[in-house]
Design a protein around this ligand. Sequence first.
Ligand code: ATP
Ligand code: ZN
Ligand code: MG
Length: 510
Amino acid sequence: MKLHLNVEYLLSRSLTGDGVQRVKKFIAEETKEILIKGVPKDKISESPKILDLKISDDAISVAIESGTYARSHAVAIRLKNSLSMLLGKEFKIGIKKIVGQKYTLTLDLEKIPKDPIKIPFVDSISIEGNNAILILRDLDEEFLTKNHVDRIISLFYDKVEAQFWGGKGEHWELISKSKEITPLTTKDPTTELLALGWLKQGPSQGQWFYHAPIATLLRTMERIAVEEILKPLGFIEVIAPKLVPFEIWEKTGHLSGSEPEIYYVSPPVSRDISVWEEVIDLYKITKKAHVDKIRERMRDPIGGMTYAQCPPMYWAFDGKTIDDSEFPILIYDKSGPSYRWEAGGRQGIERVNEFWRIEPVFIGYPDQLIELKEKMMERYAYVFDKIFEIEWRTAWVTPFYMAQSGQTGVEKETERIKGTIDYESWIPSRGSRDKSEWLEFQNLSIVGDKYTKAFSIKSSKNKELWSGCSGIGLQRWTVSFLAQKGLDSDKWPKEFKKYLGEFPRQIKFV
Ligand code: ATP
Ligand code: ZN
Ligand code: MG
């Protein structure tokens, strides 16, 4: 890696002859410390260098070249601080502004990208032999100070990597499978439910109206999750907001890949009826919603509808120091739907734009979470084996927090305790158990310290805190059950019927 930066320091006044000599001396003789700070002892030969110095009337320009240690942009800022002190003290001159005029990043490539790569702030990217040359221009102090350049370098390598992983899809590795169960049906649940009139599609894309019988089934799933899994393990219920501002997703990292699936929300520009008069009148006359006129009266989006329930649950602990006796913290939310723009991927009631999940979130010491995960997995297994009596399996998959940013791997073998486990059920209407695609009906993730760090959640004894969550999809539980057990409730497992109670009658349509 070679990072070549031309940086200019604009001065508040002209530098005198003396000043020029002083700056030259400083750059030549007094910058050693600035240049080697942060460079490992055995890499001193790779320390940054100042290659060129030009002093004009009211500007000092330098060219800095570095390798990976003590990068040129960091050196440019250190240099600014030192020059400021020197010029201020000895010549009463300040530095008005610093501009990174041209920054050339020469990055070593192990694999040559197949397709062109685009990155914001980067003017051009070219490939020369085993190097990629990225050129950035006109960079201000904030850009040089914050980690922007380092993130651009990582993003570039991620994009190269993605070109090679691209088609391979997510990582998937079987962990366990239940015993084989002969299904009572091979019919598709959604088709059956539609035929019975228990479901109605719409009114908007990826939405369903669930008539009483299927609503009862969804609520039964919810009760089973709460009574058989969450309460026995000590989880307590919270109610999280369902409109999530961008600030929260900026911290959780959902804004590094979930964007195409988010339902964005914009409040009105004004609550004043006069602002809306035209829209109201248009409706009164035409009985139509005039979307173009509504759009004109909307603010920019402030965020979006719940994508997963955990981000606001972490936010609730933002910056808090929690007494150690409280760990592990075990909470869950089941208070509202989640929304995702699934576009062409929609399917039946199992892959919809509006769906219901219960999401337990847990925060505690690593060993507490490792133990909790085992217990949760035991409770889940009990529900699927003994209450649903379905055929299901678990697999290690690319953790959701990596998938969001387009990564496809799993945590290192030694760190296998962190990561995401998907639960999948066999859907006989899709084909044989060996050949068909199974349905992911829930997952369980141990996230490590990613979110506790992002939200500065601390233990009073300052111990390491991890977190995790599990997304229990109610539609997916329902489909997993109906796809194997069919719709004849007389044939459903005894334990399930205990939870179901009385099955409501469906309204008859003529
Ligand atoms: P998929 O790969 O099926 O799109 P996902 O990886 O996007 O799932 P997660 O973000 O891990 O799903 O969400 C966790 C759980 O939320 C899923 O296991 C599932 O139960 C539920 N879920 C996610 N998307 C949908 C959807 N579109 N319709 C119904 N349930 C969903
Ligand atoms: Zn979550
Ligand atoms: Mg998805």
